[in-house]
Design a binder for this molecule. Structure first.
Ligand code: FEC
Length: 307
């Protein structure tokens, strides 16, 4: 058998092309195909951003390669990374099967999302663990890394850089944001909200930002209630308070993808413009060396077989 430790790097996933949007959306909706209206609406969002290119795929590939390089630097030969996506190929189960085919017997899973929720990271972990159990792979997981000092440092750097172009004589409201989830997570004692508040407070402190608040974004199109307020509402509120300058800091995400490039850069941007506010956004982490080091450190800390 293979003595190396497998590292299953899990990410949300994105279609491979415009033709793949329906299959992807059906997977997100747990097997229920979207109506033609919903499908057209989602396709329209992808077209508005990428015109046929899906940046999340390339970014995830680069992040997996970046983590492999960092692990090789720290422990040559010990770790082999595999990719597993939540809603697209290669699926999480495909990644685990790939490890089994290579004879891997022990593995660590990590998600390219810093905050734990039963509905986000928890569901990635459940699927990976089920397949690993079936295939006889012993597996442990990194559950969150939302206060890792290198993650905070990377985000602080980005907030500082994005604040520079603003008019220093006028106030700037910093809005930290993350993907909304159904309100029912509160009944499950879910750590998601608290972890997001902790990341936001740590980044604000590191960047010397006093005027900030947390807001949600990208709530799903379902009938159940989602956590709010949404960033579109928050922008209105901030405008009514007289702010003319806003910085969006989507700390719940680590990559350029639809929820940032459409929901913030197109939708929220248009809303801000209509209220005569200047809205800027921090750069996403993508393969920032500090983020790659955060992931590598977190993997090493979960390596129970490292004596
Ligand atoms: O760029 C891309 O192609 C993918 C962008 C993308 C990311 C992302 C991250 C998260 N989601 C989370 C939760 C939910 C829940 C639902 C849901 C629905 C969608 C839909 C699209 C979509 N999500 Fe997503 N999400 C991305 C894209 N997401 C498209 C379907 C259309 C829509 O509602 O807008 C509701 C599904 C349900 O009914 O259960 C819940 C969470 C994250 C951040 C953590 C992570 O990355 O896992 C949480 C990126």
């Amino acid at each position: 058998s293979n003595q190396a430790i497998g590292v299953l790097v899990m990410s949300y996933g994105t279609p491979e092309s415009m033709d793949g949007i329906e299959e992807y959306y059906t997977h997100i909706r747990r097997g229920n195909a979207p109506t033609p209206e919903l499908l057209a609406e989602l396709s329209g969002r992808y077209e508005a951003v990428v015109g046929g290119v899906f940046p999340l795929r390339e970014n995830t590939n680069r992040q997996v390669a970046g983590l492999q390089a960092e692990l090789d630097r720290m422990h040559p030969g010990r770790y082999v990374c595999y990719q597993g996506l939540k809603h697209a190929r290669p699926y999480i189960e495909d990644g685990v099967a790939g490890m089994a085919e290579d004879g891997i017997r022990r593995a660590i899973g990590i998600v390219l999302a810093p905050h734990y929720s039963t509905m986000s990271v928890g569901s990635y972990v459940k699927r990976a663990k089920e397949r690993a159990d079936e295939l006889g792979i012993e597996m442990t997981f990194v559950e969150s890394y939302h206060l890792h000092p290198k993650l905070i440092e990377a985000l602080v750097d980005r907030v500082k850089a994005a604040l520079e172009p603003f008019n220093a004589d006028e106030p700037v409201k910093v809005l930290f944001s993350a993907h909304s989830l159904p309100v029912k997570i509160r009944e499950m004692n879910d750590p998601y909200e608290q972890q997001l508040m902790e990341t936001s407070a740590a980044v604000a402190e590191g960047a010397g930002v006093k005027d900030w608040q947390f807001t949600w974004q990208s709530a799903g199109r379902t009938r159940e209630p989602w956590l709010g307020p949404d960033i579109l509402e928050t922008l209105k509120e901030v405008s009514s308070e007289g702010y003319k300058q806003v910085l969006a800091a989507p700390v719940g995400f680590v990559s350029d993808h639809l929820e940032v490039l459409y929901d913030l850069d197109i939708e929220a941007q248009a809303a801000a413009r209509s209220m005569d506010m200047k809205l800027a956004r921090i750069q996403m982490l993508n393969t920032d060396p500090l983020y790659m080091a955060t992931l590598a450190d977190s993997v090493l800390a979960r390596d129970a077989w490292n004596s």
